[in-house]
Ligand binder design. Structure first.
Ligand code: PLP
Length: 370
């Protein structure tokens, strides 16, 4: 019998840090530091520094941070935001929450990131921003997108929810656009003990207003300058993230080790493997392979105790909730092909060489029979 290889193994990440995490939580319980508080303030400083950015504003989720990012740009009803249909739905939620309209353009076939070549023809007088995603931990091609944005005077909001520490031409993502949003959902590269998110920016005005918007639109208690939200990060989440952040570089190196090993072991299989652009340093949030017989391969892996997942099985332009946008099957062929062929293999720093080998063996076994 072979050991199972779980798709995700969060207990393995928590175990060695358990004492430190317990102490950090206890400190916040003892101080009754529940909503924001000193550990959140410290984490904001540390995460801003990690990103190489001036300001970090902590939120109760990445989705909240993305929503506020669009409010900071004064996005309103009727505005259009150019974005990708090949992502987790929360990227588009932010646009919908701001009463704006997502305008999708297709992605590039190599990285599944927004293809700069498709952006310009989607720009209209109503376009107010571009919101690409650093998908699966691989940066999108930032320079050409910034050039288009500059030409049309449009701000860029980076959805960096999957890309903590990823680098573009040697510089950490999250510092290129007007602002960037991160998620600390437990399964992300840096995860809280619950929900969490952050908005990172070099613009002091944005940071100041973001702090107000996340706290009921107030800077002085019970005085509300604009309609705000309860989007605060909990003290305990700031504390746990503070314990974990120093480990992130080693965890990223661990993910890169796994990706490299998969690439070696799987190179002679019929799978299409993920690539890394010359200018990119991916943080490998996900390791997504492609094959036309994806569904059968997924079943074979699961039958043999190897966890896997689909990111994402149905593109946003074909979701029921966005039917009113009027897209149809065939609107975005690259995205649709990705959805039908993608398969995410286990990738996390704690994955052992034997487990990686096991995943590869099960895949090779599939192609012997198929
Ligand atoms: C996880 C994720 C989000 C949302 O973050 P939450 O913290 O779960 O709200 C947004 N965009 C992308 C691409 C994500 O992967």
């Amino acid at each position: 019998m072979h050991d199972k290889v779980p798709y995700l193994d969060l207990p393995a990440q928590i175990r060695p840090l358990r004492k430190e995490i317990d102490a950090a939580i206890a400190r916040n319980l003892d101080a009754c530091s529940f909503c924001l508080g000193p550990d959140v303030v410290q984490f904001e400083k540390d995460f801003a520094k990690y990103c190489g950015s001036e300001h970090c504003v902590a939120f109760n989720s990445g989705t909240s941070a993305l929503h506020v990012a669009l409010l900071l740009l004064n996005i309103k009803q009727g505005d259009e935001i150019i974005t990708t249909p090949c992502t987790f739905v929360a990227t588009s939620w932010a646009i919908s929450y701001a009463n704006a309209t997502p305008v999708y353009v297709d992605v590039d076939d190599a990285t599944f990131n927004l293809d700069p070549a498709n952006i310009e023809k989607a720009i209209t007088p109503r376009t107010k921003a571009i919101m690409p995603v650093h998908l699966y931990g691989h940066p999108f091609d930032i320079d050409p997108i910034l050039a288009i944005a500059k030409k049309h005077n449009l701000p860029v909001v980076e959805d960096a929810a999957q890309a903590h520490g990823a680098k573009y031409k040697g510089k950490t993502v999250g510092t290129f656009g007007a602002m960037s949003c991160f998620s600390f959902y437990p399964g992300k590269n840096l995860g809280a003990a619950g929900e969490g998110g952050a908005l990172v920016t070099n613009n002091a005005e944005y940071a100041k207003r973001a702090r107000s918007l996340r706290e009921h639109g107030s800077t002085v208690r019970y005085y509300h300058d604009e309609i705000g939200f309860n989007y605060r990060m909990e003290g305990i989440q700031g504390a746990v993230l503070g314990v974990k952040l120093p480990h992130l570089p080693a965890w990223t190196a661990g993910r890169q080790r796994v990706a490299k090993r998969y690439a070696e072991l799987l190179k002679d299989t019929p799978l299409q493997l993920p690539t890394q652009a010359a200018w990119a340093e991916s943080v490998w949030h996900l390791y997504v392979v492609r094959h036309p017989k994806r569904d059968a391969l997924k079943k074979h892996l699961e039958d043999n105790g190897v966890g896997c997942a689909l990111h994402y099985p149905l593109p946003l332009h074909l979701q029921k909730c966005y039917a009113h946008l009027g897209y149809k099957e065939g609107s975005f062929p690259v995205t649709e092909k990705a959805a039908s062929q993608c398969l995410s293999l286990p990738i996390y720093p704690e994955l052992s060489d034997a487990q990686i080998q096991r995943v590869a063996d099960v895949i090779k076994d599939f192609f012997k029979k198929n």
